[in-house]
Design a binder for this molecule. Structure first.
Ligand code: NAX
Ligand code: K
Length: 223
């Protein structure tokens, strides 16, 4: 199984989007549907989704949309400055707003009690805080959010990478979500199986999201 670095993944993304013309939002929607495909909908009805404001967060918001359309009970939390959100995150954020689906923003410590309340009454936590874009140590409110998640005994499903894990080296950047399952998109990220990757990823499932071979080969050759 091909293992890729985040740089390689980014160049594959870019080739897909810029050279071939598959919009990022299409890849994000494919990712969301593959995440939902891996959830046992007969077993799980109540979800707490915690999203960052990058494309990993966008994946999580799209998952939240699909689960609520399937009449599941979904609490959606966003952590990070929405104004600094990525383009595709913004698209999914405004779709949820237009659907009048409530979004809770984790802006300060006091918001963690709402998160705790949601976690106490849900069966599954979906972690879409950070993916391959994690670029520095996890601190402050992000650190406290992740420790709130890890303290619960809910089932935790991570989108692409357990948030806090360096997707290239498998190092934990101060703290990391301890996932029961990680659905990684298109290709296996090296960090998932290096150092502490296995411990924090739980069961790893690779799901393709519609990236053509030509893009993958080109991207792999670049780095
Ligand atoms: N680019 C694409 O076409 C696709 C990307 N996908 C998803 O996009 C992810 C990569 O998205 P991005 O590159 O936007 O990055 P991420 O969404 O992984 O994270 C970047 C965000 O986290 C913030 N951040 C990074 N480190 C932080 C720290 N220590 N503390 C606080 N904030 C921090 C950044 O400011 C940025 O807002 C992948 O993991 C995957 O889940 C998928 O949607 C598939 C398609
Ligand atoms: K994640």
């Amino acid at each position: 199984m091909e293992k890729v670095s985040s740089k390689q993944m980014n160049s594959i993304d870019n080739f897909c989007i810029k050279a071939i013309g598959i919009p990022g939002i299409v890849l994000m929607e494919n990712a969301a549907l593959k995440i939902v495909k891996n959830i046992d909908l007969d077993k799980y009805d109540k979800f707490t989704i915690i999203s960052g404001v990058g494309n990993n967060g966008g994946d999580g918001l799209a998952v939240g949309r699909h689960l609520s359309i399937l009449d599941k009970n979904v609490d959606i939390f966003v952590i990070g400055d929405v104004r600094k959100g990525s383009k595709d995150f913004g698209t999914n954020y405004s779709i949820l707003r237009n659907m009048n689906i409530p979004i809770h923003h984790i802006l300060g410590i006091e918001d963690l009690k709402y998160l705790q309340k949601s976690i106490d009454s849900s069966q599954m936590i979906i972690d879409s805080i950070f993916g391959t874009g994690l670029s520095r140590k996890v601190e402050g409110l992000f650190e406290r959010t992740i420790s709130t998640m890890n303290k619960s005994n809910n089932y935790i499903l991570s989108v692409d990478i357990p948030s806090g894990l360096n997707s290239d080296t498998g190092e934990v950047l101060n703290t990391c979500v301890k996932a029961d399952k990680t659905i990684t998109l298109q290709l296996l990220k090296k960090g998932l199986v290096l150092n502490e990757g296995k411990k924090y990823s739980g069961e790893i499932i690779v799901e393709t999201i519609g990236m053509p071979k030509i893009a993958i080969e080109k991207g792999l050759r670049t780095f």
